[in-house]
Design a protein around this ligand. Structure first.
Ligand SMILES: Nc1nc2c(ncn2[C@@H]2O[C@H](COP(=O)(O)OP(=O)(O)OP(=O)(O)O)[C@@H](O)[C@H]2O)c(=O)[nH]1
Ligand SMILES: [Mg+2]
Length: 221
């Protein structure tokens, strides 16, 4: 029996992902895909960094969730354009969903698009959404042994934000060992340690990101 379906889906997704990237590039928009397992702190990160990022590069957000608009509601006072995608049970965003969301954004008015993916530490690794940077928020409450167990998520990330570092002692996690395992799985990724609910811990990450976007945009303005 020939099993074609999944391959075809993936090829199609990659093609649409590339189209999304081209489309965003035409408008000079830099896109980030934020992944994590459920509850690792993606929305908290946005709650506490969006205003800073938006001051430098006008932002828009695409919120991915299975059913609700709860995360979008949490961000509504941030005054950035926001599109909610409900996957109706789907465990990841795909490029076609993002393409539809882009139809609902004025790309001329934004410079930084932040996509919050569905919380899942497996499937989102396989789906290129057309982003320029993939950021994995990893909560230490999940333990120090997950980089190797969920290697594809760690391998596909350009940046790993080790989150909830304030809970390290309570969770009996040695952050140095965790970071070493992240690096063992993905040598080239950039790693930051944060507590997303404490804005002061986000300064280094925000500055790095703003600078990265600035370099991307150089010559495009
Ligand atoms: N102690 C502590 N709690 C945090 C931190 N970051 C997030 N939280 C809490 O973790 C819980 C989940 O955070 P969310 O931001 O909703 O996580 P999420 O990744 O957006 O969740 P989903 O979108 O449902 O996958 C909330 O109760 C946050 O307040 C942190 O750095 N330290
Ligand atoms: Mg969220």
């Amino acid at each position: 029996m020939e099993i074609k379906v999944l391959k075809n889906v993936m090829i199609k997704n990659s093609a649409i992902g590339n189209d999304n990237r081209e489309r965003l590039l035409k408008h000079g928009v830099f896109a980030i895909n934020i992944t994590s397992s459920p509850g690792a702190g993606k929305t908290t990160l946005l709650e506490n960094s969006l205003a800073e990022l938006n001051k430098v590069h006008p932002c828009a957000v695409i919120e991915g969730d299975l059913y609700t608009s709860r995360d979008a509601i949490r961000l509504k006072d941030k005054c950035v354009p926001l599109v909610q995608i409900n996957t109706e049970g789907g465990c990841h965003l795909d490029a076609r969903m993002v393409s539809s969301a882009l139809d609902n954004l004025d790309l001329e008015k934004i410079k930084l698009l932040i996509i919050e993916n569905v919380g899942n530490l497996v499937c989102p690794s396989s789906f290129d959404l057309g982003e320029n940077l993939r950021v994995l928020v990893y909560s230490i409450t999940e333990g120090a042994d997950k980089p190797m167990k969920y290697a594809n998520m760690f391998k596909s990330a350009h940046v790993v934000l080790i989150n909830k570092v304030d809970l390290a002692i309570a969770c009996n996690v040695d952050i140095d060992s965790l970071e070493a395992e992240v690096k063992e799985v993905n040598q080239s990724c950039k790693v930051f340690r944060i507590a997303a609910n404490r804005p002061e811990s986000l300064i280094e990450w925000n500055e790095w990101l703003l600078d990265y976007v600035k370099k991307f945009r150089k010559g495009r303005d």
